[in-house]
Design a protein around this ligand. Structure first.
Ligand code: SAM
Length: 260
């Protein structure tokens, strides 16, 4: 079951974001709709690592309000498909960017096997209990040799820190095993991809101000704000960190599960 704080953070705030963008102007949409904390530098690293190009069929699993996929469409000419289980987030993404959106969980992706050229999954794995199931599904819908770009928040202490509601951070070792078992080779991994420039963060901040002004009294706003404060505390204390990963779907892809 999805924690109420996650519904607030991913669904309610997504809808409010689309409303605020409608008031402020479309140039605010992409920075405000990157809810997995990816900066332009992080997105560029992932796009280059995955060798995105005009026409690439990019599946964004857990696309949220759609900022990263819209950025990839605009900067790299990809043809994105957005997938998210939160209805208001899907509506917000469709409204702000007019991109194809699928309302579904990443653990049951309603797409044909081998139908996508690349996938992104940004800030999603730590919100999903069945990480192995999600990665297996992403593996199934990717063509052999396709790239997977991940932004993952990892825990540095295997004893889980006091996490924000609903989050289950993998450790680095768990993450590496999960990728391997799902049939992915980890090609490269970095942290500290670089901060967003002011031109970007100012637009995101303006949207956040409008959302705060309109919804500060809502219970969902308080829940989402508490989530975000917990994240900041965990990052600041060094208990968790953000990792960018480029992995590739193995060709002769017998997963460990298939081998047994
Ligand atoms: C931190 S947000 C990141 C959104 C987006 N990837 C971005 O970077 O802006 C995490 C997203 O994961 C989605 N999510 C949660 N459970 C999921 C699942 N089982 N399958 C796919 N997405 C899921 C949430 O609805 C939310 O939109």
């Amino acid at each position: 079951m999805t924690a109420p704080a996650m519904v607030a953070e991913f669904d309610d705030v997504a809808a409010w974001t689309a409303d605020a963008v409608a008031q402020l102007g479309a140039e605010h949409a992409i920075p405000a709709a990157c809810r997995g904390s990816a900066s332009p530098a992080a997105l560029a690293w992932l796009a280059e690592a995955c060798e995105l190009a005009p026409g690439t069929r990019l599946l964004d699993v857990g696309a949220g309000a759609g900022g990263p996929a819209a950025w990839a469409a605009r900067r790299f000419g990809v043809r994105p498909v957005l997938l998210d289980p939160m209805p208001a987030a899907c509506r917000a993404a469709a409204r702000m960017f007019g991109l194809p959106v699928v309302l579904a969980s990443g653990t049951r992706i309603p797409l044909r096997a081998g139908s996508m050229d690349a996938a992104w999954c940004l800030g999603v794995l730590c919100t999903v209990a069945d990480k192995a199931g999600l990665l297996r599904e992403v593996h199934r819908v990717l063509r052999p040799g396709a790239s997977l770009g991940l932004l993952v928040v990892v825990a540095h202490d295997p004893r889980a820190p006091a996490v924000p509601d609903g989050n289950l951070f993998p450790t680095q070792a768990e993450l590496s095993d999960l990728l391997d078992e799902a049939g992915f080779d980890l090609v490269e991994q970095i942290d500290r991809p670089g901060d967003a420039p002011l031109s970007w963060s100012r637009r995101a901040a303006r949207v956040a101000e409008v959302v705060a002004t309109r919804h500060r009294a809502d219970r969902a706003y308080a829940l989402a704000a508490r989530q975000s404060e917990s994240f900041t505390r965990l990052f600041d204390s060094g208990q968790i960190s953000m990792q960018l990963i480029h992995a590739v779907r193995r060709w002769a892809a017998l997963t460990r599960a298939e081998e047994t």
